[in-house]
Ligand binder design. Structure first.
Ligand SMILES: [Cu+2]
Length: 361
């Protein structure tokens, strides 16, 4: 029997939110409404050792599914301030590190799959050092960028620095989901938009965002500078995941970012089974799939052996998504086995958009 039909609001668990947070109200944090003269009153950055333990717990199939770190605190009525320090950085990137498509046996030559990507990377306060690559910090390993997490009612401050030393392009960060003043839109409008819409190499900008009542859910963020048509295929995008004020996070969060990199149709910047993420869960886990699409194509997200309720409340196992769109799907896992997840546009699937989902008893 397949997994139970999911009911979106009935998710539970205790996976942590990320970032450097405080439960202090904005006024107490020293910021006025326009965000001027902000004096952070934030908690300490995540302890790398603690986060490393959480990572081990998350990847160890025999370990409890709940990471041991909780970086945010519950709050009543007034939101937290969540502060992120993010750079655009160049990294070597291999779309298919195994060098093969196991489905067809085709070898993929290095020249076809390797490039210098530009990715968003999360750092500790002041961009001092990169955050570890952990599920607790929303992953920080390239494409997509770290997941920006918040709750409805929170203020989110994103300090951005452009260190694209290879491509030497201007970049920006444009966030779906949030409420903000036009200066924090991050989208380039000729002769109108401000500094945050085209941050030059070596430059910085701080985006000030608010998670309002309509912000709950999963959304994309991406470069919206004049270079976005070059930069998005190079990797400058990520996921925003916002919980309702009292909503509990899932036990497992799987980020699926559909896109195009080089000549491939990619999931999280990778192509073909074994290169794309292999996601893991255990029976009883409350799992969440965070799905976004960037680029030029429409996709059909499909998971084998499972169904969920679509927006109309009908059971489905395939959901269409276009550029800039996003959705989250949740269920309580009850279907042990190894399953496919993939885009059901068959040419996309055969050109890389496919991966495995392993469910243990
Ligand atoms: Cu597709």
């Amino acid at each position: 029997m397949g997994a139970a039909i999911a009911v979106a609001a009935a998710i539970g668990g205790a996976a942590p939110l990320v970032g450097q947070t405080s439960a202090t109200a904005p006024s107490a944090a020293g910021a006025d409404e326009a965000g001027h003269a902000h004096t952070p009153a934030l908690g300490p950055p995540a302890d790398p050792a603690v986060v490393a333990r959480a990572r081990k717990a998350a990847v160890d199939a025999d370990a409890p599914p709940t990471p041991t770190v909780q970086l945010s605190t519950s709050r009543r009525g007034r939101g937290a301030v969540r502060e992120y320090w993010i750079k655009a950085v160049d990294v070597p990137w291999d779309v298919a590190p195994n060098g093969v498509d196991p489905l067809t046996g085709r070898q993929v030559p290095a020249a076809e799959r390797q490039m210098t990507a530009v990715v968003y990377r999360g750092y500790t306060s002041g961009w001092r050092k990169p955050l570890p690559n952990t599920s607790a910090s929303g992953d920080n390993d390239g494409i997509p960028g770290p997941t920006i997490q918040a709750r409805v009612g929170d203020r989110v401050i994103v300090h951005f620095k452009n260190e694209d030393r290879v491509h030497k392009l201007p970049h920006s960060m444009h966030f779906h989901a949030f409420t903000y003043a036009p200066g924090s839109d991050g989208a380039y409008i000729p002769q109108i938009s401000g500094r945050g819409s085209r941050v030059p190499v070596g430059g910085t900008f701080t985006y000030r965002l608010t998670a309002g009542p309509q912000s709950a859910g999963v959304w994309p963020y991406h470069d919206h500078s004049p270079s976005m048509d070059q930069s998005i295929p190079l990797g400058l995008y990520g996921v925003v995941a916002i919980l309702g004020g009292n909503e509990r996070p899932p036990d497992r969060r799987f980020v699926v970012a559909f896109g195009e990199t080089l000549a491939f149709n990619t999931i999280d910047g990778r192509a073909f089974i074994g290169n794309t993420p292999t996601f893991h869960a255990k029976v009883g886990d409350r799992v969440e799939w965070d799905v976004i699409a960037l680029g030029d194509n429409f996709h059909t997200f499909h998971v084998h052996g499972h169904r969920w309720l679509n927006a109309a409340g009908a059971p489905t196992d395939t959901q269409t998504i276009g550029p800039g769109e996003s959705f989250r799907i949740r269920w309580t896992e009850d279907a042990p086995g190894t399953w496919y997840y993939h885009c059901h546009v068959e040419s996309h699937q055969m050109n890389g958009m496919i991966g495995l989902y392993r469910v243990d008893r």
